[in-house]
Design a binder for this molecule. Structure first.
Ligand code: NAD
Length: 311
């Protein structure tokens, strides 16, 4: 029987993934956890610091967990403010998951990577699956190390661990948790509330992005793929759309003509400049039939529609 544990479940991706997994497996089969307190959910909830290996093991045993979606992490911008904590949570948290998954013979693990794995020495246009990984942030360092560790556990212990290099994820349900692509969510709130937005990246900063529905579809599709079809495991390039703050603002103006954007790049500009503009995801398309459905126009219309009553 499938019994799922999600770590970092109260974050931007975890909240959407919980709903999708509830629909697929039933709410009683999806256990959620996070370091945050006071959460009301239909799912059984554990307050869990991912660094607490004893408590993590107790949950795995008591709940008879078979699959883990390991989302607990510090993201790029937050990680740059506290690099040692970023290393601790992202690496030691991951090691706890991997070690206990082998010990308790779990069926499958999902662990996201990120476009932050890249830095110097890449083609920024259509960055290849197997290109050089020289990140410039501590977050990127932990994501590269996480991918390498995951592949090591696959080879050494046959742990079926899978992962995607998520681009910037855009959603209307939960606010993003401190990443370099967060502007692409904030801009919608500010456009609806104040009809203006000061962007922390320059107008021509092109980055790969994806709407949450595509992100969840990619995650579930990869987890359902037959293992014999996979050449890659924890490091799939997955792309949807790429755009700049300027093109996003122009698209928003089609819905809110008074909207105005200004630019005041901060420390996150340097991070964004080290990342790809677009990604070659042909391996994901070939190995597990990945396909996205949201383009910029559909994403913008959906975000404005979802947020206009909420804001
Ligand atoms: N959102 C994006 O654009 C994006 C892009 C690339 C990769 N990712 C990856 O996807 C995963 C989920 O990201 P997200 O956007 O939902 O992040 P988020 O910051 O919104 O959520 C992460 C969650 O982890 C929890 N957490 C932090 N420290 C913890 C700890 N010590 N123990 C347990 N929980 C802890 C936080 O409370 C938070 O709810 C991460 O691995 C992230 O690196 C996200």
């Amino acid at each position: 029987m499938t019994k799922i544990l999600i770590t970092g479940a109260l974050g931007q991706i975890g909240t959407a993934l919980t709903t999708a997994l509830n629909n697929k497996y039933g709410v009683q089969n999806v256990i959620i956890s996070d370091i945050k307190e006071d959460f009301k959910s239909d799912n059984k909830y554990y307050k869990l610091n991912i660094l607490d290996k004893t408590e993590l093991e107790r949950i795995i045993i008591e709940e008879k967990i078979t699959i883990i979606y390991h989302l607990a992490a510090l993201l790029s911008a937050t990680g740059e403010k506290n690099p040692i904590l970023c290393w601790d949570i992202n690496m030691n948290g991951t090691l706890n998951i991997l070690d206990l998954s082998v010990k308790h013979k779990l069926f499958r693990i999902f662990m996201p990577s990120s476009i932050a794995v890249w830095g110097q020495g890449i083609n920024r246009d259509n960055t290849e699956q197997d290109s050089v990984l020289k990140p410039t942030t501590m977050y990127g360092v932990t994501k590269v190390a996480g991918e390498v560790l995951a592949n090591y556990y696959f080879d050494k212990y046959q742990l079926d661990i899978r992962g995607i290099r998520y681009p910037g994820i855009i959603s209307s349900e939960t606010l993003p948790g401190g990443g370099t692509t967060d502007y692409a969510v904030e801009i919608f709130y500010e456009a609806l509330k104040h009809k203006k937005y000061e962007c922390f990246l320059s107008e021509d900063t092109m980055l790969p992005m994806m709407y949450m529905e595509d992100c969840i579809k990619a995650t579930l599709d990869l987890m359902d793929a037959p293992v014999e079809n996979l050449v890659h495991h924890a490091d799939f390039n997955v792309a949807a759309i790429s755009f700049t703050p300027k093109t996003l603002a122009e698209e928003i103006k089609k819905h809110i003509p008074e909207f105005e954007i200004t630019y005041n790049p901060d420390y996150r500009q340097k991070i964004a400049d080290s990342w790809p503009k677009s990604i070659d995801d042909s391996s994901a398309r070939k190995e597990w039939n990945w396909n996205h459905s949201y383009d910029l126009a559909k994403l913008t219309a959906t975000m404005i529609n979802n947020l206009k009553n909420k804001v």
